[in-house]
Design a protein around this ligand. Structure first.
Ligand code: 1CP
Length: 348
């Protein structure tokens, strides 16, 4: 890691240290809200774009060039390692990840192929090409957490109620645990490849984990997320753990092995910080819906996030979830300028 990257505001905030400016980036910043993204994606299927190193690097860098955000996130998807392991999955426009065959039985789980790290060459090459173009702006690697990725395998397609996932968890614990252990190995391999190729932080997305009670989470999910965090611990990069609707789960998400907790918009950052003992750097959590509001409303909401975020030892400004596809990119640029312009002494 170069000295410039080590001193980057993103990494300082992730470590709970003072920063030269308040870092900001957006989940799903690389993607559909940008006209230059739609232009380069024209005619290329989503997963083919992810596996084309030059194209993935170009899309990764687009939001950094346009918005002056403090981090890039590698353009990929949580299902990319499934495809590279040989699982038949496609990202269908307007729907999301769809599998040829859902994974629901002990036999289905036993038949899942292990991911050969060699198959990750397009990911390593895409990360390396991104880092080469980013000129010192940190690159975040990411993966789907075992629960959220398993939910796509079990449902076979997006379904926020997760009926088949919850049924498998409740009725066949041995198969459930074998499935999550498989996903955990897959996710660890995917994350390691990104860091070895130049990513300087990682984020584990457990987007749908808020569907579980704390007791369910601890018994059925947390050990597998811990295994992922442990598998990348020796790489010594900040590990961010994100989920939505996690008000009741925040201490458990931290205890899974994270260094930073990503908070969705259902709870204020000051309250989240208190629930975590006031000692954990946080990332978040402007409500993405506010991006469509008039500027005065958006500015007030962003300042409120900054004010509440000051309760934590470090704060990386972000949304509470991904950028909605119909967001005006100029609003994001203006928001970045605003967040950078608020001096630390005006936080409280
Ligand atoms: O054609 C397209 O443009 C497809 C839309 C798209 C994009 C741009 C998908 C399909 N994935 C992505 C990229 C992506 N996915 C990134 C890129 C980096 C960035 O943040 O800019 C990231 C981090 C993801 C991660 C991801 N994929 C998550 C976790 C984050 C989250 O939003 O909760 C999840 C749950 C997915 C699954 C997925 N992939 C795509 C869609 C539409 C979905 C969600 C489907 C659903 O509603 O369940």
């Amino acid at each position: 890691m170069t000295a410039t990257i080590t001193a980057a505001p993103l990494l300082a905030a992730y470590r709970g240290q003072p920063t030269s400016r308040r870092p900001v980036w957006f989940m799903r910043q690389a993607g559909r809200s940008l006209p230059e993204y739609r232009a380069v994606r024209e005619g290329t299927a989503m997963l083919d774009a992810c596996l084309n190193p030059e194209l993935a690097a170009e899309i990764t860098c687009q939001p950094v060039r346009r918005h002056d955000v403090d981090a890039a996130i590698f353009f990929s998807d949580i299902v990319v390692p499934l495809r590279l392991a040989g699982v038949a999955v496609e990202i269908v426009p307007g729907i999301g990840p769809v599998l040829d065959a859902p994974v629901r039985t002990a036999a289905d789980v036993a038949a899942l192929p292990e991911l050969d790290p060699v198959a990750l060459a397009p990911v390593r090459d895409g990360v390396a090409a991104s880092v080469a173009q980013l000129g010192g702006v940190p690159l975040i690697g990411f993966a789907g957490a075992p629960f959220t990725l398993a939910s796509y395998l079990v449902e076979g397609r997006p379904d926020r109620e997760l009926p088949a996932t919850r049924a498998l968890l409740a009725t066949d614990p041995p198969t459930w645990h074998r499935l999550l252990a498989w996903v955990g190995r897959l996710t660890s391999t995917f994350l390691r490849a990104q860091v070895e190729a130049g990513a300087v932080a990682v984020q584990l997305f457990d987007s749908w984990v808020g569907r579980l009670s704390p007791a369910e989470y601890r018994a059925s999910v947390q050990p597998h997320s811990t295994a992922v965090f442990t598998a990348v611990a020796d790489l010594d990069v900040p590990r961010v753990h994100f989920g939505t609707a996690t008000r009741d789960l925040l201490p458990d998400l931290l205890a899974a092995g994270a260094d930073v907790v990503g908070v969705a918009s259902d709870i204020g950052l000051d309250e989240a910080s208190a629930l975590l003992g006031g000692r954990v750097p946080l990332q978040g959590n402007l409500d993405p819906a506010v991006l469509a509001a008039d500027w005065a409303t958006l500015e007030a909401a962003a300042r409120d996030v900054v004010r509440r975020g000051a309760a934590a030892p470090g704060h990386v400004f972000n949304l509470g979830h991904g950028v909605p596809p119909d967001t005006d990119p100029d609003v994001l640029t203006r928001l970045v300028d605003l967040v950078h312009s608020i001096p630390p002494e005006q936080e409280s």
